[in-house]
Design a protein around this ligand. Structure first.
Ligand code: SF4
Length: 382
């Protein structure tokens, strides 16, 4: 029997300190708490044993949190268990998220030995004053040291995470960040705009009408966005998703699985999955997760697959994030209904207004469309 491709996400929620803007499932945890978490996580992974006969693992992503603060032997045990339970593709992409200041040469060597072949380093800014505002634990110099070690150990696929539209950040300052990072030639760069989330210290500071005046204006945000595409494009990075840029062949295969509607299973606190037509998320609360984890597979089996309408909407929402857009032919093959019957009206309007463009059987946002993509995507709700 041919196995189906699978991505595996493993959530490690621990961080040295909580950043002021962060609303991810992350926390500070003692070594004992971390060890307990890993034990529960392994139980959850074990409960999905039956999937091993059905799926071939193409990608693994250790995300967080800051997986690189976890004792490497714990990660090694998780990896061993995954390899025991699943067949891995020979060229499987295996990523770990790391933060500067939490890496050592020994750790990096052991990551390589356990099969990790891609690093995603959370730099956010090359300006130390901006890192301080964000509440990050590291300096740009810490990043440079981590990056140097990673290259020395032989990592040839590195992503650098950056953040735009920071409090007090000018367009010129952002340009400097971009040019500084480009000079280091990582294989992949992600650049997301800062988002102010309720319940964070940043929301207290910048969530009000008065607070928002301290953030770059919408027009400056757009300018930064355009500058990113321009500078990275000149340096040989292709924008393949709204906020992601890569050198040829270095696109993040794990994230592409999400956007292309591929199957993935997420293990750990708050992790999400899309498996067997079912979309679900683990509890975000620790106590609830402890209870849930050992019977996670049973919970999954009890769920009903999402309906066709929701799957069609996702096909559009996720696929249009990619610069290659969606294939109308693929839509028809998947859902057995003419594309125009479902989305003809909004698509015709957006093409006429210059927000969408057709290329053969593909449909994608134009630059004008990307600028207002959040508003436009609502039109694909059925
Ligand atoms: S390092 Fe990342 S996950 Fe951890 S607190 Fe900061 S933003 Fe959140």
């Amino acid at each position: 029997m041919t196995k189906t491709d699978l991505g595996i996400y493993v959530h490690i929620p621990f961080c040295v300190r909580k950043c002021d803007y962060c609303d991810f499932v992350s926390m500070v945890g003692s070594p004992d708490e971390q060890a307990y978490y890993i034990r529960v996580l392994k139980k959850e992974i074990r409960s999905f044993e039956a999937l091993g006969n059905l799926y071939l693992v193409r990608t693994v992503f250790f995300g967080g949190g800051t997986p690189s603060i976890t004792d490497v032997s714990q990660l090694e045990r998780i990896m061993e268990q995954l390899k025991e339970q699943y067949e891995f593709a020979e060229d499987a992409e295996i990523t770990i998220e790391c933060n500067p200041g939490t890496l050592t040469e020994e750790k990096l060597v052991r990551y390589k030995e356990m099969g990790i072949n891609r690093l995603s380093i959370g730099l956010q800014s090359t300006h130390n004053e901006e890192l301080k505002v964000l509440g990050r634990i590291h300096s740009y110099e810490d990043f440079l040291e981590s990056y140097r070690l990673a290259r020395k150990v032989g990592f040839t696929n590195i992503n650098v995470d950056l953040m735009t539209a920071l409090p007090g950040q000018s367009v010129e300052a952002w340009e400097d960040v971009l040019r500084t990072v480009v000079a280091l030639a990582p294989e992949h760069i992600s650049a997301y705009s800062l988002s102010i989330e309720e319940g964070t210290p940043f929301y207290e500071r910048y969530g009000s009408t008065k607070g928002r005046l301290l953030l770059p204006k919408e027009s400056e945000d757009r300018q930064m966005y355009r500058l990113t595409k321009e500078i990275l494009g000149e340096a040989g990075y292709r924008r393949y998703e709204i906020s992601n840029y890569a050198k040829k062949g270095k696109e993040c295969r794990h994230n592409i699985t999400y956007w292309n509607g591929g199957e993935y299973v997420g293990f750990g606190l708050g992790a999400s999955s899309y498996l067997g037509g079912k979309r679900f998320s683990n509890p975000r609360d620790k106590q609830e997760y402890w209870e849930f984890a050992r019977n996670a597979y049973h919970h999954y089996k009890e769920l009903t697959p999402q309906d066709q309408k929701a799957t069609m909407e996702e096909f559009m929402f996720l696929g249009l994030r990619m610069m290659d857009g969606i294939s109308m032919r693929e839509f028809e093959e998947k859902f057995h209904v003419p594309f125009t019957e479902v989305y003809g009206t909004p698509v015709r309007r957006m093409v006429t207004q210059g927000y969408l463009e057709e290329d053969g059987n593909r449909l994608r946002f134009t630059d004008k469309g990307i600028d207002v993509s959040n508003q436009l995507l609502v039109e694909f709700l059925l």
